[in-house]
Design a protein around this ligand. Structure first.
Ligand code: PGA
Length: 221
């Protein structure tokens, strides 16, 4: 079983999200069942729409791209883990764009993980390199080298595996690679038993391109 995660980042409006779902749903998604766990992470405003429209596929889950380090309460504009509980199953935490543009520190990222876990949301913990410390009790670890994110310059499998070794993850960890994954290079990673899944940014924005990655992944098993 491999995990393929779509990260839409801050792209799309409501109409474009609906169109994506219409195009995606035209494909025979049942072919993916038993082979893949698909996790779609849209911006917060489209989470309900994505969830409702894909609810009939039990192998497709919805995730958030971030969560507040505050608990629910008077924090206008924030989205707390309590707000997401029961709505999403996963939450991306510590993405390099959050670290860079929102100055998220290790301490903030750890607090976010704690909030997520307390509310039964599975953190997908992103790290940029071996120096980023992984929060405790995190199962999903996504390695996203900054030089590969959004650049078209995906990191070769050999280097990804080298990094994984250095991390000394526990045996039940789920190791994900992200950084310029597309339909052509996805199988390079998924053919390796050491890579449990992929985090896809740019190539997930187009429903056909994302489906092509899923189809390529499913064809391997
Ligand atoms: P990318 O983004 O696929 O566009 O490189 C990956 C990510 O940042 O999650």
């Amino acid at each position: 079983m491999k995990y393929i995660i779509a990260n839409w980042k801050a792209h799309k409006n409501f109409e474009a999200a609906g169109q994506w779902l219409a195009v995606f749903s035209r494909h025979d998604l049942t072919k993916l069942k038993g082979k893949l766990q698909v996790i779609i992470c849209p911006p917060f405003p489209f989470i309900s729409l994505v969830k409702e429209r894909l609810a009939r596929y039990d192998f497709i889950k919805v995730g958030a791209q971030d969560v507040s380090f505050f608990a629910e309460g008077p924090r206008t504009g924030e989205v707390a883990a309590e707000n997401l509980a029961g709505l999403v199953d996963y939450v991306i935490i510590g993405h390099s764009e959050r670290r860079r543009y929102f100055a998220e520190t290790t301490s903030v990222i750890f607090q976010k993980c704690g909030r997520a876990q307390k509310n039964r949301l599975e953190p997908i913990f992103c790290l940029r390199d071996v120096n980023d410390i992984i929060a405790s009790k995190v199962r999903f670890v996504a390695y996203e080298p900054v030089a590969a994110v959004g650049t078209g310059d995906n990191e070769p499998l050999a280097k990804v595996l080298q990094l994984k070794k250095q991390l000394r993850l526990s045996r039940d960890a789920v190791f994900i690679y992200g950084g310029s994954v597309d339909e052509k290079n996805a199988s390079d990673y998924l053919n390796s038993d050491a890579v449990d899944g992929l985090l896809v940014g740019g190539a997930s924005l187009d429903a056909d391109a994302f489906y092509a990655i899923l189809a390529a992944a499913a064809a391997l098993f």
